[in-house]
Design a protein around this ligand. Structure first.
Ligand code: TXA
Ligand code: MG
Length: 354
């Protein structure tokens, strides 16, 4: 079992990091598993505790006084010289507008960041979290901190200190408890580069999150592109099944689900848990009833259809169904792709990708 540290015991967490250990930390998005990004041994411990494959790069977290590319370059995180003037201006504007907050920006990496952090890529994801306990922690460590979500690879991200204990308690000494995460979904990840179509600076959306393409476009005046594959800025870690419960999860929208529901060994014999993103669940219930299935448990993420409430409750609800007697989890669809719904739909789709 790991020891839960209260914010007033933050020094214990900082000392552990400085001596090359890993510590679970809160952020406003999800809990992270933190280690000194300059220390390959600490980074190795992050990968081994999570059983994360070495091809999936880590995000580096920085303290809140580093609000410019210049200061990130001096801190040894980013290599500003590898960027064009237009890319530099665009990135500085994004940093000013969205940091600290749930936005990770992929930028050319400094030589001081070990290749293990970035899985051999020449770029590094950088994020400045806004959670006050995380900010204090980063300030006291005064080091760039590599931190993926504090879950076993491919599994549901933790949004409370107890979730971390459940996932990684055996592999950890300390969990810094900063309360439940306000947002509940991982940061938006974007890549900055030169757009071959315009020859100007471009923004690619690598992972949807709280900060939407719409907000990014409004603030930059540049159309955000979708990262499609490894040559078009997609992240190696985003091509896989992710955020998945141990139990099979199916989407009511997927033709595979309909096949399973109508097959010779129908799932109606199984105990089903139903996860409804928005509304009171009546459309989802009636589709299941059409197949003769009555769910044993139903969780409504937001009856009022509020995307922030649904995001905040998503991972905890997936965990609850995973730990319940349900043998199969079925999920309904999101009402729109606006706001946080796109990110919720992204996480649900990946959880269903077994
Ligand atoms: O909200 C968050 O971002 C949380 C908290 C702890 O900060 N962290 C997090 O880290 O979600 P992780 O490792 O679970 O997800 C990071 C994602 C992965 O999909 C990874 O492949 C991608 O970012 N990524 C990191 N560095 C990258 C790079 N240089 N190029 C492309 N993708 C990168
Ligand atoms: Mg993760």
């Amino acid at each position: 079992m790991a020891k839960l540290l209260k914010p007033q015991d933050i020094d214990t967490a900082v000392t552990a990091i400085k001596s090359g250990d890993v510590v679970a930390i809160p952020t406003e998005t999800v809990y992270g598993l933190a280690g000194n990004a300059f220390n390959p041994e600490a980074v190795g411990k992050i990968f081994s505790s999570k059983e994360r494959p070495s091809f999936d790069p880590l995000i580096v977290h920085v303290k809140s006084s580093l609000k410019s590319l210049d200061s990130l370059d001096k801190y040894g995180v980013v290599n500003k010289r590898a960027m064009s003037q237009a890319e530099i201006e665009l990135t500085d504007a994004l940093i000013q507008r969205f940091w600290p907050g749930p936005l990770t920006i992929i930028l050319p990496k400094s030589d001081k960041i070990p290749d293990l952090v970035t899985s051999g890529l020449t770029s590094v994801g950088v994020r400045m979290p806004s959670h006050p306990v995380t900010q204090k922690f980063l300030e006291l460590c005064d080091l760039p901190i590599a931190a993926p979500s504090a879950n076993k690879f491919g599994r549901i991200s933790p949004t409370t200190a107890n979730h971390v204990e459940h996932e990684l308690g055996n592999a950890l000494t300390f969990i810094l408890d900063g309360g439940p995460c306000a947002i509940g979904l991982e940061s938006t990840v974007i890549a900055i580069g030169t757009d071959p179509e315009t020859s100007g600076a471009g923004v690619w959306l690598v992972r949807p999150g709280k900060i939407t393409s719409n907000e990014l476009e409004k603030s930059t005046g540049i159309a955000v592109k979708m990262a499609k594959n490894e040559h078009e800025k997609a992240s190696p870690g985003m091509l896989l099944s992710h955020y998945a419960p141990r139990k099979t999860m199916l989407s009511l929208d997927d033709s595979k689900t309909i096949k399973a529901l109508t097959s010779k060994n129908p799932v109606k014999a199984l105990k089903v848990g139903l996860l409804v993103p928005s509304g009171d669940g009546s459309p989802e219930l009636s589709s299941l009833m059409d197949y003769g299935i009555e769910p044993m448990r139903m969780i409504l993420l937001s009856t009022a259809g509020d995307d922030k409430e649904a995001a905040h409750r998503l991972f905890a609800s997936m965990r609850e169904l995973d730990d319940s007697d349900a043998e199969l989890i079925i999920t309904g669809s999101v009402p729109t792709n606006a706001g946080l719904w796109l990110a919720i739909s992204d996480r649900l789709n990946r959880a269903c990708k077994h």
